[in-house]
Design a protein around this ligand. Structure first.
Ligand SMILES: NC(=O)c1ccc[n+]([C@@H]2O[C@H](COP(=O)([O-])OP(=O)(O)OC[C@H]3O[C@@H](n4cnc5c(N)ncnc54)[C@H](OP(=O)(O)O)[C@@H]3O)[C@@H](O)[C@H]2O)c1
Length: 283
C-alpha cells in the first residue's frame, strides 16, 4: 500500500483529500502546522525521512490574500507559500517521493481575454500570487517527480465564499458583490478527485485544476442563493467600488489542457458541484 503525506490537512483541500483517497489504496499520514510546520526545513526533512511517504501533497498555505499585502505579514507569507514547498521538495527528492504542490490562478495577471493554459506565462500582481509562483519554481527546481496543480475560487469544509454568502443571507442584510472578476468556482471535492487521478500516473508537470464553466462573483452569489432557496437583497458592484488590499485578476479562467492531453479527462461543471455542496450544507 502506498503512503501519502497530506500537509495542511485541516484546510479545505486537506480535508477533501482525506475523504477522496481510499483507505484500501493509501495509508494516510495527515499533518497540519501543529504536527509538521512546513517552514521548518530540519523538521520537514526528519519527518519525511522517518515516515518515508511515497507521495507528499502540500495543502498548507497562507491563503488570506488581502492580509498577504500587509508589510508585517510578508516574511510569513513567503515562509509558508515559497519556502514551505521548497523544504518539502528537497525532502521529497531525498527519498524519491512524488511531490504535489497546489497553486493558484493568481499567478496570472488576469488581463487575458481567453482562458490561460499551463503554457501561458505567469505574471502575478499580488504578494500572494508572487509567493505562490515562487513556491512553484522551487518545486520544479528541487523535486523531479512533481505535480503542480493550480486551482481557483475553492470551497469545501472551512471558511469560503459560499458559506459567507449563506450566512449573510440568513442575516437578511443587503449584499453587494463584484461582477467584473471572472473565474471558475471549484469544489475541494472535485479538486481532490483530480489529484487522486493524477497521482496514479507518472505524467508529471503543471496542471490547471478548476471546475468547468465561467462566471463572476455576482453570478456565483446569485446561483448560491437560487440553489439555497434564499431571498436576498443582492446587487452588483465593481472592483473599483469594492476596494481590496490585493489586486485580483479580472479574468483568471484556467484551461485544463494538461489534464485533457495526459489523462483525457475533464472536470465537472461548477454548477453541478455547487448543487452537491449546497445539498450537503443544508443537512
Ligand atoms: N481557497 C482558495 O480559494 C484557493 C484558491 C486558489 C488556490 N488555493 C490553494 O489551494 C491550496 C489549499 O487551499 P485551502 O483553501 O484548502 O487552504 P486553507 O483552508 O487555508 O488551509 C491551509 C492549511 O494550511 C495550514 N498551515 C498554515 N501554515 C502552515 C505551516 N507553516 N505548516 C503546516 N500547515 C500550515 C493552515 O493552518 P491555519 O489555518 O492554522 O493557518 C490550514 O489548515 C493552497 O495551496 C491554496 O494556496 C486556494
Amino acid at each position: 500500500m502506498k503512503k501519502v503525506l497530506i500537509t495542511g490537512a485541516k484546510g479545505q483541500l486537506g480535508l477533501a483529500l482525506q475523504k477522496e483517497l481510499s483507505e484500501s489504496e493509501y495509508e494516510q499520514i495527515t499533518t497540519d502546522v501543529e504536527e509538521l510546520d512546513i517552514t521548518n526545513i530540519a523538521q520537514v526533512q526528519a519527518f519525511i525521512k522517518e515516515k518515508q511517504p511515497d507521495i507528499i501533497i502540500n495543502c498548507a498555505a497562507y491563503t488570506a490574500v488581502d492580509r498577504c499585502e500587509e508589510k508585517e505579514e510578508q516574511d510569513k507569507v513567503y515562509q509558508i507559500n515559497a519556502l514551505g514547498p521548497r523544504n518539502l521538495s528537497i525532502a521529497a527528492e531525498e527519498i524519491g517521493a512524488v511531490m504535489v504542490q497546489v497553486s493558484t490562478d493568481y499567478v496570472f495577471d488576469g488581463e487575458s481575454k481567453k482562458p490561460y493554459d499551463e503554457f501561458d506565462l505567469p505574471n502575478p500582481q499580488s504578494v500572494y500570487g508572487r509567493s505562490k509562483l515562487a513556491g512553484e519554481e522551487f518545486v520544479k527546481e528541487f523535486c523531479k517527480k512533481h505535480f503542480i496543480v493550480r486551482t481557483a475560487w475553492l470551497y469545501g469544509e472551512g471558511k469560503n465564499f459560499v458559506k459567507t454568502m449563506v450566512s449573510l443571507a440568513k442575516k437578511q442584510v443587503p449584499i453587494k458583490v463584484v461582477n467584473d472578476q471572472f473565474g471558475s468556482p471549484t469544489s475541494a471535492r472535485a479538486l481532490a478527485a483530480m489529484i487522486g487521478k493524477l497521482i496514479k500516473t507518472s505524467c508529471y508537470g503543471t496542471y490547471h485544476g478548476t471546475c468547468e464553466g465561467v462566471t463572476n462573483w455576482y453570478e456565483f452569489a446569485q446561483e448560491i442563493f437560487k440553489m439555497g432557496g434564499l431571498e436576498v437583497d443582492l446587487s452588483p458592484t465593481t472592483s473599483e467600488e469594492y476596494k481590496s488590499a490585493a489586486k485580483r485578476p479580472k479574468y483568471s479562467v484556467l484551461e485544463k489542457k494538461m489534464y485533457r492531453l495526459n489523462l483525457g479527462e475533464t472536470m465537472p461543471h461548477w454548477k453541478e458541484e455547487l448543487k452537491i455542496y449546497m445539498a450537503n450544507l443544508e443537512e
